[in-house]
Design a binder for this molecule. Structure first.
Ligand code: 13P
Length: 253
């Protein structure tokens, strides 16, 4: 892995202030993994608290509004999450695309708002099992990304992509190493078309979907995998930092 691996924990709708001790433990452990960029996206309610605890890890949000401010009851703007200490936001997660009908157009609008607020973005993509079985996974993901990805200078610094096959999320089932390599190679090609080679080669393409300490070494050792977006296994410092350790080892060889 030529790039500095990016290991991001997506806590989803898990965690109250009792989880701050876990965040502290992750932060302390991350100080021993300087060759890896470790980050956590807690629920909105914990962004500021985790930010205050964190010396080493990046803190992000799991979503933001495409709107800057105004009468949008219940929404949280990109400026608000940045003000709370977030440095990045995860956008277009399949749980939002599927559960809330978020389209790639909306993901793009959210990404524009996030970049405007000075946040980095992780743009998620991934197919259903039905799409994979019909042989259309790559075309589907390419279409999602073509519409979702924001146009921006310095894309390498500001954008990451997370490939998360929906059927692998929270199921214990991961894509095969071959399937991951094929999809990530397709995504890299697409990024080069969109951003040009210099920027595109800087963009880290994360894999997500049942990443665990037991499979992290194989997944992180796959060509074009620049890190992992981790759900369940990011909820304890022990399992999350075992994945960070696998990433450190992948760099050190
Ligand atoms: P799991 O690691 O729990 O499968 O979740 C993956 C995910 O959706 C991360 O965004």
């Amino acid at each position: 892995m030529a790039q500095r691996p990016y290991i991001v924990g997506n806590w989803k709708m898990n965690g109250t202030r009792a989880m701050l001790s876990e965040a502290r433990a992750i932060d302390r452990a991350a100080q021993r993994h300087m060759k890896v960029e470790v980050a956590v996206a807690p629920p909105f309610t914990l962004v500021h608290a985790v930010h205050r605890e964190a010396e080493q890890i990046g803190v992000g949000a799991q979503d933001c509004s495409p709107n800057a401010d105004g009468a949008f009851t219940g929404d949280i703007s990109a400026t608000m999450v940045a003000d709370a200490g977030a440095k990045f936001v995860i956008l277009g997660h399949s749980e939002r695309r599927e559960g809330y009908g978020e389209t790639s157009e909306l993901v793009r609008a959210k990404a524009d708002a996030a970049l405007e607020a000075g946040l980095r973005v992780i743009i998620c993509c991934g197919e259903t099992l039905e799409t994979r079985e019909s042989g259309k996974a790559e075309a589907f993901v390419a279409k999602q990304l073509k519409v979702s990805l924001p146009k921006v200078e310095d894309a390498g610094e500001k954008i990451s992509v997370a490939y998360e096959p929906i059927w692998a999320i929270g199921t214990g089932q991961t894509a095969t190493i071959d399937d991951i390599a094929t999809m990530h190679a397709m995504i890299r090609k697409l990024l080069i078309e969109i951003y040009g080679e210099e920027q595109a080669l800087e963009i880290r393409i994360l894999y997500g979907g049942s990443v665990k300490p037991e499979n992290a070494t194989d997944i992180l050792g796959t060509a074009e995998v620049g890190g992992a977006l981790v759900g369940g296994a990011s909820l304890t410092a022990d399992s999350f930092m075992s994945i960070a350790l696998a990433a450190t080892e992948s760099v050190e060889g």
